[in-house]
Design a protein around this ligand. Structure first.
Ligand SMILES: *[C@@H]1O[C@H](CO)[C@@H](O)[C@H](O)[C@H]1NC(C)=O
Ligand SMILES: *[C@@H]1O[C@H](CO)[C@@H](O)[C@H](O)[C@H]1NC(C)=O
Ligand SMILES: *[C@@H]1O[C@H](CO)[C@@H](O)[C@H](O)[C@H]1NC(C)=O
Ligand SMILES: *[C@@H]1O[C@H](CO)[C@@H](O)[C@H](O)[C@H]1NC(C)=O
Ligand SMILES: *[C@@H]1O[C@H](CO)[C@@H](O)[C@H](O)[C@H]1NC(C)=O
Length: 273
């Protein structure tokens, strides 16, 4: 299923500006849920406000509970918010989303994810995303993932550069730099610098922060040809799933790297030489 959908849906990503319109049917259900959730969230926040106005003295006890009960759901957190549909699509198409989800139970270091808004993707140069081959799409998604949990205050003082999950074909790690001042942290790559935004989730093992720019690892992501031919890979095997059935037998970082290596190998992207 992911192999087909990536072929069909990714080329559409930048051609339509209205998020709801390009969503395929797989997402429409959850979108409706989402709208209902937003509606009921609105209603309950109104109710809450009235309640607060009436009983101002107990306001501290009526704190909202946005955290989902039950196990941590990585993509669910993004999905609920409603403005990360492009990033969610990338997480699904590259299977990075499910790999992170699978490792949340076993990771000891945790993960930090920077989630670009739909606006961030809309602001990219037209054709940039379409010009990326599958390997670069995986790299781009993984560039938004740190193999360690960082609370925002940790990022203020982290020592640079910070390694991400993204690696070059020869194994070199793509990293990010963080600069903090007055409780504001910027994240920068060679190509981009943007403030680390709202925390969508902050609690070990997972931190998710909004960013208003897509983090581009290096020039090769900015210079890809918009007219790149569709990659001739219809025989992408559906193997990646299989290997993700046994997560966490080794270290968490290695686990993810290994799975992705396997996935890439199955897709025929790892250079033999
Ligand atoms: C996590 O959230 C996604 C998107 O909202 C949903 O499709 C999925 O069923 C959820 N998974 C679990 C285990 O609740
Ligand atoms: C992770 O743990 C939760 C309970 O904390 C459990 O419901 C879920 O099935 C586990 N997931 C995996 C992949 O082991
Ligand atoms: C890995 O490849 C990059 C280019 O993709 C190059 O800049 C770097 O020097 C290489 N590193 C090693 C250790 O070969
Ligand atoms: C973060 O970047 C913005 C520009 O995007 C800049 O105005 C601000 O000074 C930077 N802040 C830090 C802490 O570097
Ligand atoms: C991070 O900062 C170092 C030192 O200033 C610089 O050499 C390196 O290119 C920066 N890396 C990124 C990804 O911005």
């Amino acid at each position: 299923m992911p192999t087909n959908s990536s072929k069909v849906t990714l080329p559409c990503i930048l051609s339509l500006k209205i998020p709801h319109q390009w969503l395929s049917f797989t997402y429409s259900d959850s979108l409706q849920h989402q709208q209902k959730n937003m509606a009921s969230a609105l209603v309950s926040s109104i109710v809450a406000s009235v309640f607060l106005a009436l009983i101002a003295t107990v306001s501290a006890q009526t704190a909202p509970a946005p955290a989902p009960s039950g196990p941590l759901n990585f993509t669910g957190i993004l999905d609920k918010n409603g403005q990360y549909t492009y990033f969610l699509r990338f997480l699904a198409d590259t299977q990075v989303g499910s790999q992170i989800q699978n490792q949340l139970n076993t990771t000891s270091d945790g993960f930090t994810v920077f989630s670009p808004t739909d606006n961030a993707f809309n602001n990219l140069r037209l054709g940039l995303i379409n010009g990326l081959d599958s390997e670069k799409k995986v790299q781009l998604v993984l560039y938004h993932v740190l193999p360690k949990y960082y609370a925002l205050k940790d990022l203020l003082f982290v020592s640079n550069p910070v390694r991400t999950e993204a690696t070059k074909p020869n194994g070199t790690v793509f990293s990010l730099n963080f600069t903090g001042r007055d409780n504001q942290v910027n994240v920068s790559s060679a190509m981009t610098e943007t403030p680390v935004g709202t925390a969508l989730h902050q609690g070990k093992p997972l931190a998710i922060y909004q960013v208003d720019q897509v983090l581009l690892p290096d020039k090769s992501f900015g210079e890809s040809s918009p007219t790149a031919a569709p990659s001739p890979a219809p025989k992408k095997a559906s193997e990646p799933k299989k290997s993700s059935g046994n997560p966490g037998s080794s270290g968490t970082d290695m686990g993810l790297g290994l799975l992705l290596g396997l996935a890439l190998a199955c897709m025929g992207f790892l250079p033999i030489s």
